[in-house]
Design a protein around this ligand. Sequence first.
Ligand code: SAM
Length: 270
Amino acid sequence: MADDVTASVQSQFGRAAADYATSSVHAQGESLARIVELTAPQKTWEALDVATGAGHTAAIFAPHVASMIASDITDEMLQEAAKLANARRISNILTAKAAADALPFPDQSFDLVCCRLAAHHFPDLHAFVREVRRVLKVGGRFALVDNVAPDAERLPGESATAIDAAIADYNGFEKLRDPSHGFAPPPQVWIDLLQSNGFKIAAHEQIEKELEFTPWVTRMRCTPEVISELETILRDGPAPLRTFLKPRRDDAGALHFTLQELLIVADRQS
Ligand SMILES: C[S@@+](CC[C@H](N)C(=O)[O-])C[C@H]1O[C@@H](n2cnc3c(N)ncnc32)[C@H](O)[C@@H]1O
């Protein structure tokens, strides 16, 4: 992986690691319980969580599997993940430093690889999917959750050109808030990528995630200038992007908006 991308991720997440331990989006988001249901993990499975962050996904899967390796590229995040496992008295989680596109594990090591709310940081989604396939046993299961960009279903009536612009605008909005954001594609790109790499899709669905603006920018330590720019986009930005993000104020005046999470469960075919 390019050193500057790694450094950006490690600096961004190193500073914010403790905030991810308590972030409600990460610790309690609807996709957490739902991805376990869709995956139907087995007690005999050896599992790997890629880009574990503060370890919420590793911790929710761990009681359902034999063993879980919680991996990440940022040391401070691995420390948070270990703390969470200790606090919950989960004894089958080990942590390991690993880049998503160069997983330091032998071929066919795992029955389950999971990865939640992280792939949009990875520099090369193709390399990531190839690595997931390589470390999974044949028949092994991949459980992915990530934010996705707008598509025709979310922006009905928009032209293909307008949707392409909205995909770029959405990723620009995310990158402004978090410079380590790479690219979040629309859902079909993930499905095509998995199928073309020898996976069979077992389940996929989308969840609408409501976010409160202030904790979202605070978690990333955004400067006042960036916060103001992001607010301006939510108020006056391109119409398709605003249709997608649905900015609104609650009764107390707090700004909220919506993101889309894609959940996919896919099995390695051969
Ligand atoms: C939002 S956090 C992950 C959230 C966590 N999976 C959960 O469910 O709560 C994103 C994580 O991705 C990690 N990360 C970013 N790029 C990575 C890469 N290329 N390889 C491995 N980890 C990476 C960051 O260090 C950070 O801990």
